[in-house]
Structure formats: structure tokens, C-alpha cells
Design a protein around this ligand. Structure first.
Ligand SMILES: [Zn+2]
Length: 178
């Protein structure tokens, strides 16, 4: 099984690695342009920000030091401490660094775990009541990189740099923060 977790802010994929669920052929310039997708931050239950680096998760929302999926937070909380399954210390939500920066710069809002932890889906880290817009088409079990790149390339560009994507994300979060 396994499935992707997405950026809670923009709904895009949390990794960017050729060969990891995509067969895109890209120039070096493009590779640099898409790098932001893999630069993600975990925010844990104590509101600590944890660098998750640019290594993708294990395909089920687990990083070596972090669990993303809320379904597993509950298990983590209820499992006996000597459980045979080795759980990381921290769990929480995950978002792109560029998206976090966008909310701070434009909406003066710093994302907090406490603000969103009850709103996220059990499996994919998305906020249930948000309509993420055009990107929904590509939020499959695994993000449909090839199709998104072919049809809506702007969705995969950093909202700090691409105006159209920026407007999409700000529209969502203005509503969320009302
Ligand atoms: Zn994002």
C-alpha cells in the first residue's frame, strides 16, 4: 500500500525526486525550479519546526524522525511504550518551506499545529474542508506528477515566485483564517 502525503498549505506533493513516482524528463534549469517541492518542514505537537530535508518519506508518511499521518498519531499515543514497533519521537503536520514563508509574508500568519491538528485528514495531511482547487485532479494515491507537469505546470511552481499559484494559495488561506 502506501500513499502520498501532501503539503497542508498548497496541496502539492511533499517531495521532488525523479524516479520516485514520476518519469519526467527535465532540464537542469527546471530541476532547480521544482526543488522547492522537496524542501519541507514538519511542525510537531509542541509547535517545534523540524527540518525534514529533501529525502522523501517512506511512502506512508513516515520520516526517520517524524510521523505525518494523523491516523498514526492516535496509535502512537495509545501504544504501550515498550511496543515492538519503533515509533519516532515526533509527529505532526508537514508543509513546504516556501508555503510557510508565503503565509508569513503575505498574511502575517505562522502555521501552528494546534490550529490545524483537528482538521487534517487521517491519511494525507490535507485539511478536509479546504478546496485546494485545480491541484485536486492530481492528488491521487500518488501525486500525478507527469500529468500535472504536462497540463498545469504552474501548480508545481513555487507560490513565492509564480503569481497564479500564489493567488490560488492565498485565496484558500484567507478563507481559512477568517
Ligand atoms: Zn505547499
Amino acid at each position: 500500500m502506501g500513499l502520498d502525503t501532501f503539503c497542508l498549505i498548497c496541496g502539492g506533493p511533499n517531495y521532488f525526486k525523479l524516479g520516485h513516482g514520476n518519469d519526467l524528463k527535465m532540464s537542469n534549469k527546471e530541476l532547480l525550479e521544482y526543488k522547492w517541492l522537496g524542501l519541507v518542514m514538519g511542525i510537531d505537537k509542541t509547535e517545534k519546526w523540524i527540518e525534514l530535508g529533501d529525502e522523501p518519506d517512506d511512502g506512508s508518511g513516515n520520516y526517520h524522525n517524524f510521523i505525518v499521518q494523523s491516523k498514526m498519531w492516535h496509535e502512537y499515543d495509545t501504544k504501550p511504550k515498550n511496543s515492538f514497533i519503533k515509533y519516532p519521537e515526533d509527529y505532526g503536520v508537514v508543509a513546504h518551506k516556501d508555503c510557510l514563508k508565503l503565509l508569513e509574508n503575505k498574511l502575517n500568519y505562522k502555521l501552528r499545529f494546534a490550529d490545524v491538528c483537528r482538521l487534517v485528514d487521517d491519511y494525507n495531511n490535507l485539511i478536509k474542508r479546504i478546496n485546494y482547487g485545480e491541484i485536486k485532479k492530481y492528488q491521487k494515491q500518488w501525486f500525478d506528477y507527469d500529468k500535472a507537469y504536462e497540463k498545469d505546470e504552474w501548480l508545481m511552481k513555487s507560490p513565492l515566485k509564480n503569481k497564479e499559484n500564489q493567488e490560488r494559495v492565498l485565496k484558500i488561506w484567507k478563507l481559512m483564517l477568517k
